[in-house]
Design a protein around this ligand. Structure first.
Ligand code: TNX
Length: 551
């Protein structure tokens, strides 16, 4: 049936089909309204079938099934889809795939012949966090494109959209209390084109941001598709756009922060937040508004790539180190993040951060020796880690009992080039082909020997950093078809030994899946390489030669 991601179990009952026509009804018990709506809107639009209330396709929430589990049966009587509340939606996605690629269009090309094979699919995901990061800071992605990506995620049974909302190059979320964050921080004067060494600039302003209502709409649209939107507000590094808007946030005792603008370069930036009380209060106020808009349990606070030179030179940062009895700037960073870790925990939320948040003693046992809110020791037990610099951070965190999302850059950074040679648009990083992504295993061997620790790997995520993708067409090119392989890694129970994965079988299913992507209007990378208009001749990348290091 060429399903992607492959289901847990599939039994074709006979070589017979159930035909859908104008009389085919759609009904369901309580709790199925959202999925009915989605089927009418989506499958209804593609097929031109009205799907009126009545017999034909019947949905039911099954309390005995797990939230994301479903069972889809097609026979002479029609379709029965039962599942947990989310599983029903994933089952509806399977139903759409079974109807054929034309079911992925938004208007019908043909009026008859919609048929489903008799079968039973029993399915449930391997991981609960099947994520994709969209970096809307480096290049803003208009709201309509974000909504489209939610549809694309849903079609692949991916269920977390990690929105990287702030960085040096742009602040993309309206904060009512601090309007300059978007008045100043949402725009930059120009952008670097390609890698730093190429020295190219576009001499053209870039910007954009989402209002809180835009984001509420995105969150609600995602929720209807069983996708959780996890916002990221990156601190204490990657914060120059915020400092440009409010210079008091930067290390003004070291550099003239009033002279800073939203950054027009790519790379790791020395201009980081200061650690004064005012900055803590500022970000608490920002997060108050962020929590209002995003109901997700997890809130991502970055924590990555925070150079420490300014803190070393700053009398005020050094005074904080002394006041708190910290031993160095790494501990200062963990003190800073622990503050927000506790702050989030007190509000029933959980911190997630890049694996740098483990530095500076963060895996020590959590304690509250000081009382009065001053905490020493490690991360709150609920804090989780996005392991990006390989598996190591994730392994250490899981062994210490913290939840982990595995997203090693060597494996699932989809900004990295997908083929060798000079034809790839802005070739950066290691070559990560479709097959490489298909063979990615989120749980490394060292954790497999320790099931209790392995259980802390709550999922995996593919990251789309957009320094070198300046519009949605380039995002499509980098994301697809690799996101289809990633979806199968995240959802399906594949052999954990990458060498045992049935790549040939997946590649055969991909032939049909490409037709689905075509119908959806996704500008994926063709197997034969980029089309002429997908190349970026003359734009310098930074290819890394050889296979990625063992991770
Ligand atoms: C590292 S991943 C970064 C990003 C870049 C990315 C490019 C991470 C936590 N930091 O800021 O965009 O590499 O591949």
């Amino acid at each position: 049936m060429d399903l992607i991601p492959a289901p847990l179990g599939l039994r074709a009952d006979a070589d017979q089909h159930f035909l859908l026509d104008a009389g085919t009804g759609l009904d369901g018990g309580p709790g199925t309204e959202g999925v009915q709506r989605w089927l009418r809107d989506t499958v209804g639009a593609a097929t031109g079938l009205p799907l009126p209330p009545g017999a034909g396709i019947v949905l039911r929430v099954a309390p005995e099934l797990a939230d994301e589990e479903y069972r889809l049966t097609v026979g002479a009587e029609g379709v029965e889809l039962v599942g947990g509340p989310a599983g029903l939606f994933w089952g509806a996605q399977t139903l759409r795939q079974l109807l054929g690629p034309e079911a992925f269009r938004r208007a019908p090309l043909k009026r008859e012949g919609w048929r489903l094979p008799w079968l039973t699919v029993e399915d449930a995901p391997r991981f609960g966090w099947r994520g994709v990061l969209l970096d809307v800071s480096r290049h803003f992605l208009p709201k309509a494109d974000v909504l489209r990506y939610l549809d694309l995620l849903a079609a692949h049974k991916l269920n977390v959209l990690h929105l990287h909302l702030t960085d040096d190059q742009g602040w993309r979320v309206e904060i009512k209390r601090y309007p300059r964050l978007t008045d100043v921080g949402a725009a930059r004067e120009r952008s670097m084109v390609g890698y730093r060494s190429g020295g190219n600039r576009d001499n053209r302003p870039h910007g954009g941001f989402y209002t809180q209502d835009d984001l509420r709409e995105i969150v609600a649209y995602a929720a209807e598709r069983r996708i959780t939107v996890v916002p990221e507000i990156d601190i204490p590094g990657h914060a120059q756009a915020a400092i440009a808007a409010y210079p008091e946030l930067g290390n003004h005792d070291v550099v003239d922060t009033a002279a800073l603008a939203t950054w027009t370069d790519w790379g790791v930036n020395p201009n980081v937040l200061n650690v004064d009380d005012g900055t803590l209060r500022f970000y608490e106020n920002v997060l108050d508004e962020v929590l209002e808009v995003f109901p997700s349990t997890f809130v991502h606070l970055g924590g990555d790539e925070c150079p420490k030179e300014q803190w070393r030179a700053s009398p005020s940062a050094q005074a904080r180190i002394k006041e708190q009895g910290l031993s160095d700037e790494d501990e200062l960073q963990s003190w800073f993040l622990r503050h927000f870790d506790s702050w989030l925990a007190a509000r029933g939320r959980r911190l997630i951060g890049w694996d740098e948040i483990l530095e500076g003693g963060m895996l020590e046992e959590h304690s509250d020796k000081g009382g009065g809110g001053r905490r020493e020791g490690g991360l709150a037990p609920g804090a989780a880690v996005s392991s990006w610099r390989g598996y190591a951070g994730g392994v250490a965190a899981a062994q210490a009992g913290h939840d982990v999302v595995m997203c090693p850059e060597q494996q699932v950074y989809l900004d990295h080039r997908q083929a060798p040679g000079d034809d790839e648009p802005v070739p950066v990083g290691w070559v990560r082909t479709l097959e490489d992504v298909y063979r990615f295993e989120p749980v490394p061997p060292v954790l497999r020997q320790d099931p209790a620790a392995a259980a802390h790997v709550i999922g995996t995520q593919a990251n789309l950093w957009t320094e070198f993708m300046d519009d949605v067409r380039e995002v499509d090119y980098h994301a697809f078809p690799r996101l289809a392989a990633f979806a199968e890694v995240a959802w399906s129970r594949l052999p954990q030994e990458p060498a045992e994965r049935d790549w040939a079988g997946f590649a055969a299913r991909m032939a049909v899946h490409r037709a689905r992507l075509d119908a959806l209007g996704v500008e994926y990378r063709p197997e034969s390489g980029p089309r002429p208009w997908q190349r970026r001749p003359g734009v310098q990348g930074r290819p890394i030669e050889g296979a990625p290091p063992e991770v």
